[in-house]
Design a protein around this ligand. Sequence first.
Ligand SMILES: Nc1nc2c(ncn2[C@@H]2O[C@H](COP(=O)(O)OP(=O)(O)OP(=O)(O)O)[C@@H](O)[C@H]2O)c(=O)[nH]1
Ligand SMILES: [Mg+2]
Length: 450
Amino acid sequence: MSEFIVIQVGQCGNQIGNAFWPLVLYEHGICVDKLVKPSLKAVQDEAFHSFFDSPSYKKCHNIEDLKRCKVKARAILIDMETSVVERFHNCRLRDLFDRTYSITDSPGSGNNWAFGHYEAGNLHKNKIREMIRSAAECCSSLNGFLLFFSLAGGTGSGLGTAVLQYLQDDFPNIDRIVACVHPGEHRDVVTSPYNIAFSLSKLALGATCVFPVDNKSLSKICGKTKVTKDPLTSDLYQKVNAVIVRMLLNLTSGARFPGSLNFDLGDLPTNMVPYKGMHFLASSICPLVSGSEIGINILKRKKELLHSVCNEDHHLIQLNALSGKVHTAALIARGDIPFSTAVDFQERLIAKIKRKPMGITLGLSSVPPHDSPVSLLLLTNSSSMSTFFSQAVNDFNSLYFRKAYTHHYLKVDDFEFEEFSGAREVLLSQVDAYTKTYEDIHIPRINVEI
Ligand SMILES: Nc1nc2c(ncn2[C@@H]2O[C@H](COP(=O)(O)OP(=O)(O)OP(=O)(O)O)[C@@H](O)[C@H]2O)c(=O)[nH]1
Ligand SMILES: [Mg+2]
């Protein structure tokens, strides 16, 4: 059994966590809402402990059982504001979240990466490291850290990447998997080009695997096709986060449930990252929306899952992931999908890709998602990620060439002016790496046995 510790940083990271945990419980047959019937397909076996600490190992069915059995989510909650984290400690699930594993402060990092990274980082570094060490000591086989944060604000991007550095120093051999939110064209934070550049450069150097998603693609998915410059409403955040969580539930399903072809999250970096530093994966999921009717239709048209998941409308990040050179891909299916259908998906995916990938990994988990009989997640590591990084460089240049807003960063102790050009260099080298074809380099193929 592999164990994971979730670290949620900043408003966005904690709001994603807020949507994630109740559904994880639900998929294990634990109802957090009395009005909701437990899932008939739920499974609660030993793998329940991949995301929860439970001293008694007894089965739980509701919140009272969780409390009685002293079950705790393996979650660390960090924000430089209090309101979002406080919600965890005041909600129905409050006993699931150990207060000693949360840190808040005020008044936030003011959308300034340097503040989050250095000021808040220096102030809270010891406590954060201690919390992580203590959470890790409660694990018998810690496999990875799963971090959630946004790239555009100050706390998630700044302190989130500082936490990444602590993990690198203290747990160099444990995976650091990051799900991060890019604003897309919703430029709701004026300094976001800097925050994004600084945090992406740290992620390029320090993470094991990164799953970037963007709010533009996500809000399009949620039906708001008209792109406005207004901040996303909190109602839309809820919908958008539900899509992100759908991806995360699928991604972690192999670690949480049995399956005929189990694909553990811990296997992901080995299978998906053929070259050091190229660990940014695009994700696409089907179905996108909940509703039993949609689920039933999908069950009837199981074969169409692959077609849908390859469609750009299902991409959680705005890039054409199957164009260019696809280095590696993974298909992670949930629910009643026979092995033969999964192999058929794999063959059809290969046929769709012009230049053949080095490997397509398959994962099958028999437990379906909470609201649909089946689902399919497509992950790709492809040269199209270069567009994501070139956009980040262009956005960065648009401020940096005018030296706009730089003084806000320079006033933070420990932040050096060279960090601007340093981050830009890292982004440019990512563009380079993703544009290269690697055709002349002999790297052994990753053979995935199916
Ligand atoms: N998808 C999604 N995006 C969010 C959410 N909350 C904030 N964002 C986006 O994240 C960016 C701002 O980051 P936040 O997470 O609010 O900032 P923070 O990390 O708390 O940092 P500071 O508030 O600056 O201290 C903006 O682009 C928001 O649109 C959320 O719940 N879901
Ligand atoms: Mg905030």
